[in-house]
Design a protein around this ligand. Structure first.
Ligand SMILES: *[C@@H]1O[C@H](CO)[C@@H](O)[C@H](O)[C@H]1NC(C)=O
Ligand SMILES: *[C@@H]1O[C@H](CO)[C@@H](O)[C@H](O)[C@H]1NC(C)=O
Length: 199
């Protein structure tokens, strides 16, 4: 380690030292927490600060998309090599409204933000997107974010994984189905049907 440090400039070694000591402090505080709480760390989630915990099995809403609107950037990253590997590497960035009912003007319950990256390696008709998505949810009772990841293909419904959350959705786990229910000019509508699993 020391031999490596002498060969790089001083500000970089300061950064590495800061990083290492940060990790050590983090490690030490993790140990301290584990000793203090024993096996009871999940028992009092209702007493944690913030909105009430979401404990229902299912959450459904609709995502409204307008192609051509600034809320959808279809050129975040260009394909790596269109002629050789088709859309591989192409990325899009989005920030859409989520509504309670199918209609675009229905009550908004949050925002859906994220990105997709095309991961189909060879030029073909296959659409194979990796999607990373964050739902900022607020229906007046439950409030927080739900993190979703999954593979999006041309034929819906697509299944995604719920990998975590914040606020009302701390520790969220489960799966969801994303289905396109409208394709009309520039308008697209997706139905999200999330299922939560508790242990
Ligand atoms: C794309 O890939 C082909 C095949 O490997 C290669 O001949 C070509 O130079 C690449 N194009 C670019 C822009 O990298
Ligand atoms: C989201 O809803 C607001 C208010 O209804 C509207 O002004 C805005 O254009 C919508 N955004 C998108 C991306 O649809």
């Amino acid at each position: 380690m020391a031999a490596v440090l002498t060969r790089i400039d001083p500000s970089a070694s300061m950064m590495i030292l800061a990083l290492v000591s940060g990790l050590l402090i983090h490690h030490a505080s993790q140990n301290a927490v584990a000793v203090d709480s024993g096996s009871s760390c999940n028992s009092d989630s209702a007493k944690w600060p913030g909105p009430p915990p979401f404990r229902e099995c299912r959450l459904q809403y609709y995502v409204q998309v307008v192609v051509g609107d600034v809320s959808l950037n279809q050129n975040l990253l260009p394909p790596l090599n269109q002629s050789y590997s088709g859309p591989f590497g192409h990325a899009e960035l989005f920030a859409f409204n989520a509504t309670e009912k199918p209609e675009q003007a229905s009550t908004r319950i949050g925002f859906v933000r994220g990105f997709t990256i095309d991961s189909a390696y060879k030029a073909s008709d296959i659409v194979d997107l990796i999607e990373v998505e964050l739902i900022s949810y607020d229906d007046g009772k439950y409030k927080g974010t739900i993190q979703i990841q999954g593979e999006i293909r041309a034929i819906s419904p697509n299944e995604v994984a719920i990998v975590g959350g914040t606020g009302s959705f701390r520790g969220a786990r489960g799966f969801g189905f994303i289905e396109r229910v409208l394709f009309d000019g520039p308008y697209r509508r997706f139905h999200h049907d999330l299922h939560f699993i508790y242990n």
